[in-house]
Design a protein around this ligand. Structure first.
Ligand code: GZL
Length: 345
């Protein structure tokens, strides 16, 4: 068991705040201290594992499921004390959250970094404070890889390759393997691991198809609203788009709205085909309708793997530096309705 490193300041600050706020003994339930953050009202028990989680934001359906899994996994009944901070899609908020965790002397930090760069200094502060940092979902790019314990998340490059290979096989099956294909891409938050991986993984496959023309890349920042605007721009700029690559489902929702408003048809017999990433429930319903041709899963339920990693660290066991979660894809040919019956999200 790693010696609890909480400093007396943490306990006394919590004791003072708790008594002032409630004037009573330790409750055991957790309530949000603001609309985006969540912290237990009660003080941690001596043996609680105190975990500070810095989340990207609440920009997508995927993120909602990802957050829900953390809150359902790290409960006080299971011996955890969770401090959850929503970065609201701003790196400076996440850096502030990490410094707050360090000041409070948490036992572990879990960071889902909005972008890959800019973390070296604050991760060094965590390392100097002796607090292990687990990078979850997206990844960091740092000079010194010892600044974090491990990365638990998806292989985004592979997700991109899977999408490229699926499109190549589909076009071949429709006798369009050698035909000119015009594509545009709605990228995620620029510099995020999900965007970097999906863009480069798909590009790797595109290099094998000289007849594929990527007309333009534009970021929709993983949001439906921004993607709608960018898709409107694409439709005004290009009159022969065959395929739209959406680097997450919420951007696919925005693109579909703009495409329909332009009077264009979606799907294998339509004007434009959409490939998407995440495979959240509402998107899979659109796959079933044929409006999204294929959706490449990005599993948001990472919390159990993070918990398993923390438990290993608690027992002093080694952990893999990179732990990828298994993922699949869904396309218009599958019985989505049946698949959804057994799907958690
Ligand atoms: C991917 C995750 C991405 C999702 C988006 O692991 O970081 O961020 O694909 C989310 O939906 O916004």
């Amino acid at each position: 068991m790693i010696k609890r490193r909480r400093n007396n300041l943490f306990i006394s600050v919590f004791a003072l705040c708790f008594v002032l706020l409630t004037g009573c003994g330790a409750g055991r339930d957790t309530t949000a201290t603001s609309e985006t953050d969540l912290e237990s009202e009660s003080m941690p028990d001596e043996d609680d594992i105190v975990i500070g989680i810095s989340q990207v934001g609440s920009e997508s359906d995927w993120r909602t499921t990802n957050t829900k899994a953390y809150i359902e996994t790290f409960t006080q009944e299971k011996g955890y004390y969770l401090i959850f901070e929503d970065g609201q899609q701003k790196q400076e908020n996440q850096v502030k959250a990490l410094r707050k965790f360090i000041l409070k002397g948490v036992d572990y930090i879990v960071l889902d970094p909005i972008v890959e760069t800019g973390w070296d200094a604050v991760l060094k502060e965590a390392q100097d404070a002796g607090i292990p940092v687990i990078i979850a979902d997206r990844n960091v790019s740092v000079e010194d890889e010892s600044l974090y314990t491990c990365h638990v998340g998806s292989d985004f490059m592979q997700e991109g390759r899977n999408a490229g290979e699926w499109l190549a096989a589909y076009l071949e099956s429709r006798g369009r393997g050698k035909k000119e294909i015009n594509l545009v891409t709605l990228q995620g938050t620029l510099g995020s691991t999900a965007q970097i991986g999906r863009t480069s993984g798909f590009a790797e496959v595109m290099e094998k198809h000289a007849n594929w023309n990527m007309l333009e890349y534009q970021s929709g920042d993983f949001t439906q609203a921004k993607a709608y605007e960018v898709m409107e721009y694409f439709l005004e700029t290009y009159d022969d788009i065959d395929v739209v690559i959406c680097e997450n489902d919420n951007m696919a929702f925005g693109a579909i709205e703009a495409i329909k408003e332009a009077g264009l048809k979606l799907g294998k017999n339509g004007d434009i085909m959409i490939l998407s990433f995440d495979a959240v429930r509402d998107a899979l319903l659109l796959v079933q309708k044929g409006e999204i041709m294929a959706d490449f899963e990005c599993n948001p339920i990472i919390a159990p793997l993070v918990e398993e990693t923390i438990q290993k660290l608690e027992r002093g066991e080694p952990v893999e530096k990179v732990q990828h979660i298994d993922e699949t894809y869904f396309d218009y040919r599958m019985d989505i309705e049946t698949l959804l019956e057994s799907r958690e999200y």
